[in-house]
Design a protein around this ligand. Sequence first.
Ligand code: HEC
Length: 151
Amino acid sequence: MGSRTAGAGVIAAALSLALPAAHAADAITDAYARGAIVYERCAACHALQTDRTGPRHCGLIGRRAGSVPGFDYSPAMRNSGLVWTEANLDRFLKAPMDVVPGTAMGYDGIKNDAERHDLIVFLRLAGRSEQCSTTKTAPSLRNQAPGRTPY
Ligand code: HEC
């Protein structure tokens, strides 16, 4: 056993400790990337920072349903009593019109569980991103190019 072998052993031990964490981070990054692609289906009506046909998604997780100031929600959404926890989002995004009957969101939902999971990872992380923290201090979005999808 020379010192080189011992050194390699130490490195191998260090790697085996570091790898699970690295894999977990990779898994989240991958889910986020896949979720961003799923979000393209929402982008016809939604953006992170701006209200469009649907309300903005910055800060969505933890927000009360129907609570973006100035957005013209349906009474069904405003009175749904929901808070957008990840579990409630998962139910809603699977079958919007079943979970909030009468909602103005004319979208059939995402039936694939893995796609919904990735989409919710995307909404959680993107909703806390740098561009979303700018939204809070600059709600007028004067510098936002019209029609740009900000993600
Ligand atoms: C055809 C347009 C359209 C599409 C596509 C669409 N939405 Fe919506 N969305 C709306 C509208 C309109 C509302 C407001 C509904 C209401 O007031 O009943 C809404 C509301 C929501 C809300 C509630 C927000 C709040 O502030 O309470 C969430 C969450 C949401 N949409 C997520 C999504 C996601 C995620 C996708 C993509 C999978 C998506 N939507 C696709 C139009 C759309």
